[in-house]
Design a binder for this molecule. Structure first.
Ligand code: AMP
Ligand code: MG
Length: 401
């Protein structure tokens, strides 16, 4: 059986960043930009007023007081029609183009309208350029605004719009299909009959995929019947990653590994020295230039959750082009002394012990079938194999949920 570290290394070896794809900018938040984006416009496109007020010749205000003739009114979106000469001014609104001849803007609060299209201004410090943003001072046409490799946030979507890009080339979100296997499973909408349970892993995994930046595809439930598994797995192999839950342990109906083998999915590893999550299966299919990574997660809900957070999330991250920094797990501090017993490295549910989320406390937990107790967990703490006493202040690897 391999260790968690060896399993992660094998995932790193077999997962690769997806090829770039042109997508709508609005759907690209969180994606890695796969092209250099240059501006197709000057911003601002003209010398622009930064205040509502009057466009003036600065020299007219050398004494700090002037009475000027108002020759026109310029609103944002319209072009001036007249040049401003000495002793003249144009009423101007924020964002509007500065008329020729004017070289400063006096804000409205420092002015007083008079009769006969005249204005009185009392303002000191009005020098050339006052309250004017020069043409192309934010951005010149042809200049790179976003470098390739930048992770897109909402503000980058705004920058893309400014330079006329509604579509952009990015490393796309991986498509991740989920198939829950098991004769005992009924859909969330049904009341389970005798011997049956609801499929909780399916919805949980779909939600985990969305939270991890993947595009989740729900394949529903497959019975532990070879034909049904074969058909639904074939569907799932169209995705970038196929996540199965259940059917990978040692039961008589744990058919998943053999059905995968029949569909040209090559096993990379089966079973990891880990609790919960030991039965995890990982493989890869390369057919006709299409690569699909396949994870068979244990049916046990907590095992499923843990294996997703440890392994599937990492694979999604690699396909989406996350850096090794972004893929790293956190280190957290234990808040109180804790004794952990067990022969396998254990991902143990814990909660934050302080408001700043620096220290953590393990929860009272009944083991891998106890999903309900997990609801109060904020993170998973990784304890070593073997019985050991940990002290307050010990540093442990943690997976934040
Ligand atoms: P398996 O890995 O198929 O042997 O399943 C292990 C345990 O997990 C059994 O108790 C199953 O009933 C349970 N289980 C399997 N799949 C699911 C699922 N989708 N949702 C909730 N529990 C499940
Ligand atoms: Mg099963």
């Amino acid at each position: 059986m391999i260790s968690i570290t060896e399993a992660l290394q094998l995932i790193d070896q077999h997962a690769a960043q997806l090829p770039p794809q042109q997508v709508a900018a609005l759907t690209a938040i969180g994606c890695l930009l796969a092209e250099e984006v240059a501006s197709d416009v000057d911003s601002p496109p003209h010398d622009k007023a930064m205040m509502d007020g009057y466009a003036v010749v600065a020299a007219d205000l050398a004494s700090g007081v002037a009475e000027l003739e108002v020759i026109e009114e310029i609103t944002a979106g319209n072009m001036p029609t007249k040049a401003v000469a000495r002793s003249q001014a144009a009423r101007i609104m924020t964002g509007a183009p500065i008329p020729s001849g004017a070289d400063a803007v006096v804000m409205i609060e420092q002015t007083q309208p008079l009769e006969n299209n005249r204005v009185r201004i009392e303002a000191t410090g009005i020098a050339t350029g006052k309250n004017i943003m020069p043409k192309a001072s934010s951005l010149a046409c042809g200049v790179t605004v976003l470098p390739s490799g930048k992770r897109l946030r909402a503000l980058e979507v705004g920058v893309l719009a400014e330079v006329g890009r509604s579509e952009v080339s990015v490393v796309p979100r991986p498509r991740v299909a989920v198939l829950s296997t098991g004769d005992e499973l009924v859909d969330v909408t049904e009341k389970p009959g005798p011997g049956r349970i609801r499929n909780s892993n399916g919805p949980m995994l779909l939600a985990q995929i969305a939270a991890a930046g993947g595009v989740a595809e729900n394949l529903g439930i497959a019975r532990d019947v070879r034909e049904e598994l074969t058909e639904k797995i074939a569907c799932g192999l169209e995705a970038d990653i196929l996540v199965l839950s259940g059917g990978v342990s040692a039961g008589v109906l744990d058919l998943v590994p053999s059905v995968l083998a029949q569909q040209q999915v090559t096993q990379v590893f089966h079973k990891v020295h880990l609790k919960p999550g030991k039965p995890i299966w990982f493989g890869k299919r390369d057919v006709d230039g299409k690569t699909t990574l396949v994870f068979g997660l244990p049916g046990n809900p907590v095992g499923s959750l843990v294996c997703f957070e440890l392994f599937v999330r990492r694979a999604i991250g690699i396909l989406a082009g996350l850096t090794s920094n972004e893929l790293q797990s956190a280190e957290v501090t234990l808040a109180e002394t804790f004794t952990h017993r067990g022969d396998r490295p254990t991902m143990f549910p814990a909660r934050w012990a302080d408001a700043t989320q620096q220290t953590a406390l393990p929860l009272a937990w009944k083991g891998s079938a106890d999903l309900a107790a997990m609801a109060s967990a904020d993170l998973l703490l990784q304890f070593r194999a073997g019985d050991a006493e940990y002290r307050a202040g010990d540093r442990l690897a943690g997976l934040i949920l």
